[in-house]
Structure formats: C-alpha cells, structure tokens
Design a protein around this ligand. Structure first.
Ligand code: PNS
Length: 173
C-alpha cells in the first residue's frame, strides 16, 4: 500500500521525520509530498525543502520525496496512493485535520486519511516554532536534522556590516 505524506515542510522537523519513519514501517512506500503553495512566502524554496528531506532519509529505502500543486487527492490518484498520512500532535490539530480528512473524503471515496499520534517528545514541535527560536538565536539542534539546523541559521545570520563609508571630501570655499 502506498501512502502520501503531504505538507509544507518549511523546514522538515524531527517530528515530521518520526512520522515518516513510522509510516515506512506501516506502508510499502511513503511519498513525502511538498506542497507548491504560491500564497505562502516560505523560508526555503520547494527545491531546497526537497533536498533537506532527501538528506534526512538515507536510512529509509521505501521513501520518495516529491513536490505537488493543487489538490492532495488528485496527486494521490496520480501516484496510485490509497492513503494520506498525517501526524496529530495536540487537540487543536484535530479540528483542522478532521475537517481536511472529511473534505478529502468528499473529493475521493477511495483515499483514506490515516493519522499517527506524534511521539510525545515532539508534541510541541512545528516548523514555525523552529523558525521563531532560530530567529532569536536560540538552539534548534534538538528539533531538526543537523544539516537543516545549519541552513536555518544561515538564513537568520546577521548581515555583515556595510563597508565603512569614505570620509566626505573636504570642500574649499
Ligand atoms: O504542513 P501543512 O501546511 O499543515 O500541510 C497542509 C496540506 C499541504 C496537507 C494541505 O494544505 C493540503 O492538502 N493542501 C492541498 C490542497 C487541498 O488538497 N485542499 C483540500 C483539502 S483541505
């Protein structure tokens, strides 16, 4: 059975990785699908996010990483996937996720949404939280794969000071 795991992944966190790893034990193939969403202004491009995810899963041989646009169920159909995989962290996720699952069900009867409860140590974790911490110089190494932490810090690194301006030429009146 093929599952797609759709999301923004801006960037991938250890919580996402946990869902991918556990999904790989349940399904023959997991397709991690990065949504091309023109209405959002992400920190990383879709191509950068795909590269970050690929670099996070070399130990898993039944994962594919891809990008998609439009409806998730349409993409699932194209990929012959029967399942949409999503993680559930806290109660507040549930309302949005249930609405999404119900909406997707009205669009395709054949595709089931399967939720995995996020591991407790990741229940607070989101890409937004990671970016917020990094923006203010906090430590994120325990929240994202190490190569992703390096790339996030590069984004928020303070800009080098502008070159010293030349002294104004003296005017002789
Ligand atoms: O990681 P995110 O941002 O919570 O993922 C949300 C995502 C990509 C799963 C959701 O926005 C989505 O499926 N978008 C594609 C458009 C779609 O299919 N909409 C109908 C279901 S609400």
């Amino acid at each position: 059975m093929i599952a797609i795991y759709p999301g923004s992944f801006d960037p991938i966190t250890l919580g996402h990785l946990d869902i991918i790893q556990r999904g790989c034990r349940l399904f023959d193939r997991v397709i991690v699908a990065v949504l091309r969403n023109p209405s959002k202004s992400p920190l990383f491009t879709v191509e950068e996010r795909i590269a970050q995810i690929r670099q996070s899963v070399p130990h898993l041989d039944n994962v594919e990483v891809d990008a998609f646009g439009g409806l998730t169920v349409e993409y699932a159909r194209i990929k012959n996937a029967q399942v949409i995989l999503r993680g559930l962290r806290v109660l507040s996720d549930f309302e949005k996720e249930l609405q999404m699952a119900h909406t997707n069900k009205t669009l395709s009867q054949e595709i089931e949404t399967v939720f995995l409860a996020t591991s407790t140590e990741h229940s607070f974790l989101s890409s937004s939280v990671v970016k917020e911490i990094a923006k203010f110089g906090g430590s994120i190494e325990h929240l994202v794969p190490s190569h992703v932490a390096v790339e996030i810090f590069r984004c928020y690194a303070p800009l080098p000071p502008p070159p010293a301006s030349h002294p104004l030429p003296l005017t002789m009146d």
